[in-house]
Design a protein around this ligand. Structure first.
Ligand code: NAD
Ligand code: UFG
Length: 337
């Protein structure tokens, strides 16, 4: 059985479906602080398999101990955490508490239970503000622009130290670039609380008329069209990346992988791609740069391809179409609630 923390969240729910469809038994631990219990039924509906759900906090050591006692857990995928970059600047303690202390609680419980295989949800942000793209796994971690990013780098270091102390540990550090899109079924996707911070949900809410217009933060960056460049990947491809990364855990060590497509696309190109794929207008205007944004970064994706045989299979159009289908599903769900 695989224990998946944060499994009712955006990325975790897609990982759960992928694991179940591949025949794995899955237990989810989530405190539902940024997700909804209905996601469990939707995961089960897509996968046509049951999942075990624990409603609880990853910092609850006695709950963790009982989960490890009640099930034969082979590996853990640790997605639970707080992820809003701007919020982390305002409330850093919450980020160090949930992201860092939560990981300490989880690893302690794993160590006590003799479970030493872990995949960790890290982020491209650990490469830091000075790194030159494409980001390669051999680059050292840099200085992050936010407490959120720092918390991810701290957990990476903690996991490296854990392996140094006990070479039986197998740790997969997965550095996500910019996951977008939703499951093609339309049953699961990202559920931003309030106004979204991220580009893709913002674009789709403007297209749906929920928000009046998109603000494009900055048109004077040193990029081809002056807007920021990122490496957007489909969340289903990201979920597949976790399934295949579980295989590297058979070898003890610290394994670092970028999960990105290897190419960058600008904010303006994203808006144009959405309009071209969906045929719905997205009113936008340029606004000043957003504090903390980097001009451009994307992944070197060759290590994941070489070692894991992982290559994103979804197109930019898939990302747009699936985002839009999910937007319509969530609109309907909101109207009927
Ligand atoms: P999400 O907020 O949708 O999912 C996180 C889940 O963790 C939520 O369901 C939330 O309820 C749960 N959670 C939060 N605190 C918890 C706690 N103390 N105990 C138990 N559960 C808790 O976010 P996501 O986008 O699915 O991100 C998953 C992971 O991937 C996070 O660790 C995030 O930092 C990382 N990540 C996300 C992105 C991105 O762009 N979405 C990029 C890089 C890394
Ligand atoms: N953007 C806009 N308008 C918006 C929202 C975003 O122009 O309304 C722009 C941003 O300025 C940025 C780009 O769209 O240039 C992408 O922004 P996102 O907020 O979607 O994503 P980020 O690259 O800022 O951050 C994401 C995750 C972080 C993670 C980082 C690196 O949110 O958790 O990728 O992995 F750390």
């Amino acid at each position: 059985m695989i224990l998946l923390t944060g499994g009712t969240g955006y990325i975790g729910s897609h990982i759960a479906v992928e694991l179940l469809q591949a025949g794995n038994e899955v237990a989810i631990l989530d405190d539902l602080s940024n997700s909804d219990k209905s996601v469990i039924e939707r995961i089960q509906h897509i996968a046509q398999r049951n999942v075990i759900f624990y409603h609880g906090d990853v910092r609850d050591s006695s709950l963790l101990a009982s989960i490890f006692q009640d099930h034969h857990i082979e590996s853990v995928i640790h997605c639970a955490g707080l992820k809003a970059v701007g919020h982390s600047v305002k409330d850093p303690l919450a980020y160090y508490d949930v992201n860092v202390y939560g990981s300490i609680c989880l690893c302690s419980a794993m160590q006590k239970a003799g479970v030493k295989r872990l995949l960790f949800s890290s982020s491209a942000t650990v490469y830091g503000i000075e790194a030159e793209p494409p980001y390669v796994e051999t680059m050292a971690r840099g200085v992050s622009s936010s407490p959120y990013g720092t918390s991810k780098g701290m957990v990476e270091k903690l996991l490296e130290d854990l392996f140094a102390s006990d070479p039986q540990w197998s740790v997969g550090i997965l550095r996500y670039f910019n996951p977008i899109g939703a499951h093609p079924s339309g049953y699961i996707g990202e559920l931003p609380q309030g106004t979204p911070n991220n580009l893709m949900p913002y674009i789709s809410q403007v297209a749906a008329g929920v928000l009046p217009e998109l603000l494009i933060y900055g048109d004077d960056y040193a990029t081809d069209d002056g807007t920021c460049v990122r490496d957007y990947l489909h969340v289903v491809d990201l979920a597949i990346g976790h399934r295949v990364a579980l295989t590297v855990l058979e070898e003890p060590g610290v394994h670092r992988y970028n999960l990105g497509t290897g190419s960058g696309i600008s904010v303006k190109q994203m808006v144009d791609a959405f309009v071209a794929s969906i045929g719905v207008e997205v009113p936008y205007r340029y606004a000043p740069r957003r504090e903390g944004d980097l001009a451009a970064f994307w992944a070197s994706a060759s290590k994941a391809e070489r070692d894991l045989g992982w290559q994103p299979g979804k197109t930019l159009e898939d990302m747009m179409v699936d985002t839009w289908r999910w937007q319509q599903f969530s609109n309907k769900a909101q109207q009927s609630s």
